[in-house]
Design a protein around this ligand. Structure first.
Ligand SMILES: [Zn+2]
Length: 179
């Protein structure tokens, strides 16, 4: 039996935490009071073993973080473009990690499962070309850096400051992967 919390249990925690909550500044307050904005955007996996604030020793607000399956950038590009308009990032870190769940299945297996689930929508399943699956950690990082760098809508100054890293969940260390 799992002891992991349900939504309702989490809502109870939220009520308790709100009692000692410190109000956050609005964007208008951030601008007028001169609060520092994050200069580094980290795109990484949503895996609970891969939490950038932990492995980078950064507090919330020091870095901007996008997390999804594996830490792929392609689906995030519109959001990166938007957030960069607001925050004007200086650098981007693309971080994938060892033992990622994205190694577990291949695209064909995912498609097969979905087609069994909804055979009447098999054609729709084929429209999804990728599910974030990876087979080679370094290659995955290199492909994502290339995807971001080749986006014609990215700011040129930012494109030259995109770096890729592999996070080792056993040592806690980041290893740079050259594009
Ligand atoms: Zn992962």
């Amino acid at each position: 039996m799992s002891n992991q919390p349900t939504i309702n249990e989490l809502l109870e925690r939220n009520k308790e935490l709100a009692k000692t909550y410190t109000p956050k500044p609005t964007i208008a307050e951030i601008k007028s009071e001169g609060h520092p904005l994050p200069k580094v955007l980290v795109v990484t996996c949503g895996d609970p073993r891969c939490v950038p604030e932990q492995f980078l020793g950064a507090t919330a607000g020091e870095i901007a973080v996008f997390r999804n399956v594996c830490g792929h950038v392609a689906a995030e590009i519109p959001f990166i473009l938007y957030m960069d308009l607001i925050l004007h990032f200086d650098e981007v870190m693309v971080v994938h990690h060892t033992d990622c769940g994205a190694f577990q299945f291949d695209d064909a297996t995912v498609r097969k499962v979905l087609k069994v689930r909804a055979p009447e929508h098999a054609a729709k399943v084929d429209e999804y070309t990728e599910f974030g699956v990876i087979t080679d950690l370094d290659q995955s990082i290199k492909e994502d850096i290339a995807a971001l760098k080749s986006s014609p809508l990215m700011r040129k100054e930012l494109v030259s400051e995109i770096r890729g890293f592999a996070f080792d969940i056993k040592t806690g260390l980041l290893r740079e992967v050259e594009a």
